[in-house]
Design a protein around this ligand. Structure first.
Ligand code: NAI
Length: 256
């Protein structure tokens, strides 16, 4: 039995991931704003520290962390909040639990990117660059100058690039911790229900084609995450795996 930490565990992909891992016989410590084992607001440094302490009170060893908590870039959402939850909230939890991951001897992290990083045109590259410099206030400031819809892919790209850069460093693979990312397409969850209901963006919800002619299900993303966490994925390091029914391949047939 392994112990896994899943944020955003109260809804959507996080809830499906927690359920699947529990079905597989593992222990899951869920982190969310409510209805979870550890209640924490990952949008602030204090909330992230509280989340890490809350997990530490329950376990000394963590085999995997899956930061699913995220905020979509919908109309009326503060773009700075998207930065703080999606990028700094995810990495605050992952970095805070690095000692517990290292203690497992074979830790794994699966970050939630998005296929918007390759499929949505015009996103805010400056926000992604500032996230990767670790300057939350600067990244929030750049985000505030643009629209949340163009900030969301920037936070997800920064997570994907972090997996490929920092994930190869001494604290991560050098400590036996494999860092990878998944890049889901449109998945039917409460988040995308809210997207469909958005007065401006709702019309675009289903504008990306899929080869399988349907949106994804949270269970399908959970299955991929559980595989990446498992020892069956022992050779997979620094990968960004598109889990999108073929959308990225359809839009970029010539890019590996
Ligand atoms: P969801 O909205 O169903 O669930 C997100 C969860 O995160 C909620 O339980 C919410 O309470 C929690 N959360 C939000 N802000 C928080 C905060 N400040 N502190 C703690 N918890 C917080 O979303 P869904 O669809 O399950 O998405 C999960 C992840 O997958 C997100 O990171 C999302 O960006 C990503 N993703 C989702 C896609 C989709 O089509 N649904 C596609 C690509 C990526």
């Amino acid at each position: 039995t392994h112990t896994y930490v899943v944020s955003g565990a109260a809804s959507g992909i996080g809830a499906a991931t927690a359920s699947l891992l529990r079905e597989q016989g593992h222990r899951v410590i869920g982190v969310d704003l409510r209805d979870s084992d550890v209640t924490a607001d990952l949008s602030t440094p204090e909330g992230r520290a509280g989340a890490v302490l809350g997990v530490r009170a329950l376990t000394d060893v963590v085999h995997g962390v899956v930061p699913c908590a995220g905020v979509a870039g919908l109309t009326g959402v503060n773009p700075a909040l998207v930065v703080s939850v999606n990028y700094f909230g995810a990495l605050g939890l992952v970095r805070g639990l690095q000692p517990e991951l290292a203690a497992s001897g074979s830790g794994a992290v699966v970050l939630l990117a998005s296929n918007s990083i390759t499929c949505q045109p015009g996103w805010a590259g400056d926000v992604a660059d500032l996230c990767l410099t670790d300057d939350e206030q600067a990244a929030r400031g750049a985000a505030a100058a643009t629209e949340a819809v163009q900030v969301y892919p920037a936070t997800k790209a920064a997570l994907a690039w972090w997996a490929r850069r920092d994930g190869l460093g001494p604290d991560w693979i050098g400590s036996g911790i494999r860092v990878n990312a998944v890049a889901p397409g449109l998945i039917a969850t409460p988040m995308t229900d809210r997207l469909r209901a958005d007065p401006e963006l709702g019309a675009f919800a289903d504008s990306y084609p899929t080869a399988i002619q349907r949106p994804g299900r949270p269970e399908e993303v959970a299955a991929t995450i559980a595989f990446l966490l498992s020892d069956a994925a022992s050779l997979i390091v620094g990968s960004v795996l598109f889990v999108d029914g073929g959308t990225d391949a359809m839009l970029h047939p010539e890019v590996p």
